[in-house]
Design a protein around this ligand. Structure first.
Ligand SMILES: Nc1nc2c(ncn2[C@@H]2O[C@H](COP(=O)(O)OP(=O)(O)OP(=O)(O)O)[C@@H](O)[C@H]2O)c(=O)[nH]1
Ligand SMILES: [Mg+2]
Length: 616
């Protein structure tokens, strides 16, 4: 049986392939299935201008010849002539979305390099025109080396020209031998796609042009990551540099409040509960409100301007290298605020193993609850010195802690993907929104919500655990010659834990603070404040800032080990709870607790031992 020529419709998802297929075939369609897979095969008959029939087959949309789904696999196999139940097409009808030219050209270049006779349908030119985008099909034709026809599939525009071009292509088909495609790297193809798009776009509105101009720098393979790094770096500098004045102010008011309560109440349990428990504990955490707001000001600005999506794009390649999909970026990004919404956001990740990996590493992103812990230790132990003339050492250390968290997450992902969550890689592409000036209202609202969340935590979980700790630290009351840190119930429990954390340089008070901090990380700070306040032997010492008290009691290696511990330790009940809910059982939260506490212990230990050996 001599078969009629076969032409495959290919292109990115949503380019308008099916619309174009319908426009050309009309009602003459057949729907079947490819053998062995659940992917549908839709084909139809088209009569060329000279009356010859061809068979047109509508392939699933794909982003590249590197398949990340069964659909994309079929598309690749068909164009390579390897698909069971399909012969190698005689020609390709390549559909491009004119409004998304540089993205779609990437796949187009790969397909054209296969060497099959190809006709390009430059589709959606109506939408492009509406956006103020004018594309010269002749330039495209010259750059791609194949015929290009402008079409509007939904309005049947371009039908005749397309059939004419297909006719020529299938005639030529007898003469060409298909090649094997291109071995060029993703980056090379990407650059070429962008060059072609730039050459073909002859008219563009100012907004579009500006967006492209900024992107040519922001997404540049070298400049892009550098710019991203600089922005992050500046952000952490600002967290310390801008917060000093408001934080001191809050600190002063907390001290005033303690003084006022102390003056108004007689010496006794109630006074101790209020001054040493509630105000010392909650106050120690509230002081960090300015730093949290500065951090979120940056995050909100980056999101509102449209830069965050670019950051996701830049990170995609790095994530792919550790076996994660770019889809994980947004959940991981939200985990910088809090792992709970981050873990819930993993629901958008289809592949169950990618999703699980993302859930398991989400707690390694530095959430805002760690900021008080980091900030108090950095404030107490890292001198407020400038490095290399301009950069604050404190901001630098904070930046470093965030980076260590990220590196930890990437390495963990790599190991998980090689062991418990082994699976295949999935590609990822993003539509880039245009850049925008952020709306002041949105930013203010976002900050307000953040402040409320933070203060609510201070008023609930931190307040409650502080009061509980105060009770456990006050019962039984120390006898003369004893301290509350030793004799109380909390003190006794801490002594038990101390056995485990002593080798990594932690002292009794740290052991004491770690237990209530299982509820939430900031509680470590309020717990230390409460413990030291109760323990202070005289009034003046009670009003001494926590920072100074730490400085007097901890060695530098201990302080550094404490920081390293909190980079990894999964000390957050809500995270454990949400992991249990999202993974339907205790297996994965238990695994998460196990591997993260092990890492925390090892990291703190390594830090302590190294710092001690260096004589710090
Ligand atoms: N305005 C306009 N809309 C179009 C055009 N072509 C397609 N569309 C619309 O774009 C959307 C996507 O079109 P489809 O034909 O389903 O795209 P596809 O390439 O088959 O997508 P997948 O099968 O998912 O890969 C549909 O809502 C179409 O109606 C066009 O030329 N102009
Ligand atoms: Mg389709």
């Amino acid at each position: 049986m001599t078969s009629i020529p076969l032409v495959a419709v290919v292109g990115n998802p949503n380019a308008g392939k099916s619309a174009l297929f319908n426009m050309l075939t009309g009602a003459r369609q057949k729907v079947g299935n490819y053998p062995g897979v659940t992917v549908e095969r839709k084909s139809g008959r088209v009569f060329l201008p000279d009356g010859r029939p061809i068979e047109l087959v509508d392939l699933p949309g794909a982003y590249s010849l590197d398949p990340s789904s069964p659909d994309e696999e079929v598309t690749r196999d068909v164009v390579l002539g390897k698909q069971e139940g399909e012969r190698l097409p005689d020609a390709l009808l390549l559909v491009l979305d004119a409004t998304n030219l540089d993205n779609h050209l990437r796949f187009a270049l790969q397909l054209i390099a296969l060497g099959l006779p190809t006709v390009v349908a430059l589709n959606m030119v109506d939408l492009a025109r509406r956006d103020g985008l004018e594309i010269d099909p002749q330039v495209l034709e010259r750059e791609l080396g194949v015929p290009v026809v402008s079409t509007v599939a939904v309005r049947r525009r371009g039908t005749d020209e397309l059939r004419e071009a297909i006719s020529e292509a299938v005639t030529a088909a007898r003469l060409v031998r298909p090649g094997t495609g291109t071995a060029e790297s993703f980056t090379t193809v990407q650059r070429r796609a962008r060059e072609i798009a730039r050459a073909a776009i002859v008219g563009e509105t100012v907004v579009r042009r500006t967006t492209h101009l900024i992107d040519s720098v922001a997404l540049h393979p070298v400049a892009g990551p550098i710019i991203f790094g600089l922005i992050m770096f500046f952000m952490f500098q600002a967290v310390f540099a801008w917060s000093a004045v408001p934080a001191d102010w809050i600190d002063g008011r907390v001290g005033d409040l303690q003084g006022a309560i102390a003056a108004a109440l007689p010496e006794g349990l109630l006074r101790s509960l209020l001054v040493d428990g509630v105000v010392a504990g909650v106050g120690a955490v509230i002081v960090f409100l300015p730093q949290i707001l500065i951090l979120f000001l940056f995050i909100l600005l980056l999101e509102a301007t449209g830069y965050m999506v670019r950051a996701a794009f830049l990170m995609d390649r790095l994530m792919a290298r550790v076996g994660l999909s770019g889809h994980a970026f947004i959940p991981l990004l939200s985990s910088f605020a809090c792992a709970v919404p981050g873990i819930m956001a993993t629901r958008t990740i289809e592949d169950p193993k990618h999703r699980l990996t993302t859930i398991l590493i989400a707690p390694l992103m530095t959430c805002s609850a760690r900021l008080p812990v980091y900030a108090i230790i950095i404030g107490a132990f890292i001198p407020e010195r400038a490095v290399a003339g301009a950069f604050g050492l404190q901001g630098l250390v904070l930046f470093g802690l965030y980076v260590i968290g990220i590196i930890g997450a990437l390495v963990a992902a790599l190991f998980l993907r090689l062991s418990v969550t082994r699976g295949t890689h999935r590609g990822f592409l993003l539509e880039m929104p245009k850049y925008q000036l952020p709306q002041l209202r949105d930013i203010v609202l976002g900050l307000w919500q953040r402040a409320l969340i933070f203060l609510k935590r201070a008023g609930t979980i931190i307040l409650v655990s502080t009061i509980l700790l105060w009770v456990l630290l006050s019962v039984p009351q120390p006898r003369p010659g004893e301290t509350a840190l030793e004799s109380s119930i909390a003190g006794k429990v801490a002594s038990g834990l101390e056995v485990v954390v002593r080798p990594i340089g932690f002292n009794h008070e740290i052991a004491l603070a770690l237990i209530p901090a299982m509820a939430a990380r900031e509680v470590a700070v309020s717990a230390l404040a409460t413990a030291y306040a109760i323990d202070a032997d005289d009034e003046t010492a009670a009003e001494q800032p926590l920072k100074e008290r730490l400085r007097g009691r901890w060695s530098l290696p201990t302080a550094l080990a404490f920081l390293a511990w909190f980079v990894f330790a999964p000390q957050c009940l809500s995270t454990i709870a949400v992991t249990r809910r999202e993974t339907n059982g205790w297996k994965w939260p238990a695994f998460m607790l196990g591997y993260l506490f092990t890492l925390a212990w090892l990291a703190a230990g390594a830090t302590y031992w190294t710092a001690t050996a260096l004589g710090l």
